[in-house]
Design a binder for this molecule. Structure first.
Ligand code: AMP
Length: 484
């Protein structure tokens, strides 16, 4: 929105933004905490002596550099720290449009760099157009809605990294974690970028801790997943509280474009630029995909031997059902393998600490369901194992996309047995290629040591969740997971 010259639609939109800002505030939020004016420095004071000469990326044909986008130096410094050099395809295609205020509807999955694509557009806008008037606590400039807690936390982490040399404030609102703490932060600090799951956000709106009528940029991430999880009525309610679509920029992302997604994008965006990043360009180029034909009772032996191999630094194993994940996790622990469990039945606090441990290398193995695994955005995962082949072919692409990220090489191993080998065909159709099926190498079939005794559970994992059980999962407004 900052580079609006020559774009009539954008100019109009920017004007109406300014207008809505001037009439906002006091009269609309008599109960809000009024704060003194809050100007964002757009200069590079925080960046110290850093300048672009320290971030040299040669021009390369067919590639867009972040240098070509005229981003503020504070943002370039953060990009340099992250080690990004060239825009990923979704960034190269969307940023020139979004930086000019256009709406975008993007077909892109995790692993494509879509998070930075939408974050950079809003950060550039907010740094270049600081608000110098009085602001209220709870009045965000951008709202990002995502279906799962993990995804929200990850987006908020990425936003903090990209805004680290600016004065912009990022808040995450997720269900299942400490409400009072999130509320306290909202009441005591200004917020620029608010990232939230739908249910928890509505709780905060209902309690008048959050006001959405000053939103300048709205991002709806994983719209298809929101549909699957039954969140659309909540999302509609949220969108109704934001300015009209003429007065906000709307960016919508979905891993698939279904007729329902198209209908929603027509309702929520204006003349959006459509961008499609095909799934097979996501990660499969950098992933060595292997399929081992195995008997169902050999799978655990193969997994165990694989984990013990030298080239396995970090591994995620996916299974379709929570009970399968629970059992696998327990068996690995009984074999003294440091493993973490990510599934809908594990309390949020525990999931966050598990991810932290995995990121820091304190645990080598994660066992996850598809929904819980969607939120894992960690680079450097060397192996993904499909312990059971997924029912939805798209989930195969999501799973293997956990490895081979950010240009690194990864390996995916699918264990196809008599019960699930039939799921290979739709996966191959989606990929547009045949997967080579082979017998597992003999070292993976070697006998494994006996398991230790079953661990005694001191307390149920769910007891760590502060919310009452009936509210903490699935139902109503918890904003949590639905399928697993
Ligand atoms: P996402 O699809 O947003 O989950 O991003 C996938 C991963 O790619 C994240 O770990 C990002 O930090 C990383 N990433 C995003 N953009 C770039 C880029 N332009 N160059 C290298 N890595 C990137």
């Amino acid at each position: 929105m900052n580079q609006s010259s020559g774009n009539t639609a954008t100019d109009t939109r920017s004007e109406s933004h300014k207008k809505s800002k001037k009439t906002g505030g006091k009269s609309q939020h008599p109960h809000g905490n009024q704060r003194s004016s809050h100007a964002h420095p757009s200069g590079d004071t925080e960046a110290g002596s850093w300048d672009l000469s320290q971030f040299v990326v040669p021009e390369q044909e067919g590639k867009t550099r972040f240098h070509d986008l005229n981003l503020p130096v504070t943002v370039m410094h953060a990009i340099a720290d992250l080690g990004f050099e060239y825009c990923s395809p979704i960034q190269a295609q969307s940023l020139p449009q979004t930086l000019n205020g256009h709406d975008v509807v993007g077909k892109a999955q995790t692993g494509t760099g879509k998070t930075a694509a939408f974050l950079l557009a809003m950060i550039d806008d907010f740094v270049c157009n600081p608000i110098t008037e009085e602001r209220y606590a709870g009045e965000a400039r951008a709202l990002i809605i995502a279906p799962t807690r993990e995804l929200v936390m990850q987006i908020a982490d990425d936003a903090r990294l990209l805004t680290k040399y600016t004065d912009l404030k990022v808040h995450a609102l997720v269900g299942g974690m400490d409400y009072a703490k999130q509320q306290n932060k909202l009441q005591n600090e200004l917020v620029d970028i608010l990232v939230a799951t739908p249910g928890r956000l509505l709780d905060f709106c209902g309690n008048r801790d959050v006001y959405l009528d000053q939103i300048e940029v709205l991002v709806i991430d994983e719209a298809d997943r929101m549909l699957d999880m039954g969140f659309i009525p909540q999302v509609r309610n949220i969108i109704r509280q934001t300015p009209r679509k003429e007065n906000r920029q709307t960016l919508m992302f979905s891993a698939t474009f279904t007729p329902e997604v198209d209908t929603l994008s027509e309702q929520w965006t204006i003349e959006p630029v459509r961008i499609e990043i095909e799934p097979d360009s996501v990660a499969t180029d950098t992933v060595d995909q292997r399929v081992y034909l195995s008997a169902s009772d050999e799978k655990y032996t193969i997994l165990y031997n694989l984990i013990k191999q030298d080239d396995v630094d970090s591994l995620i194993v996916f299974a379709n059902r929570r009970d399968q994940c629970r059992r696998l996790h327990e068996n690995l622990e009984r074999h003294n393998i440091a493993a973490g469990l990510l599934s809908g039945e594990v309390a949020q606090g525990k999931r966050v600490t598990t991810l932290e441990k995995f990121k820091s290398g304190r645990i080598k193995v994660l066992v996850a369901t598809d929904v819980a695994g969607r939120g894992i955005h960690i680079d450097g995962i060397s192996h993904v194992v499909n312990y059971t082949l997924p029912e939805e072919p798209e989930d195969y692409v999501h799973r293997i996309g956990r490895t081979g990220r950010a240009g690194k090489h990864g390996t995916s191993i699918s264990l196809a047995c008599e019960d699930d080998a039939f799921r290979l065909e739709p996966i191959q159709e989606l990929l547009g290629e045949k997967l080579k099926c082979e017998m597992p190498p003999l070292p993976l079939l070697e006998a494994i040591p006996p398991m230790g005794p079953r661990p005694k559970r001191v307390h149920d994992e769910k007891s760590q969740d502060r919310r009452p059980r009936s509210n903490s999962r699935g139902g109503g407004r918890s904003g949590g997971h639905h399928r697993h």
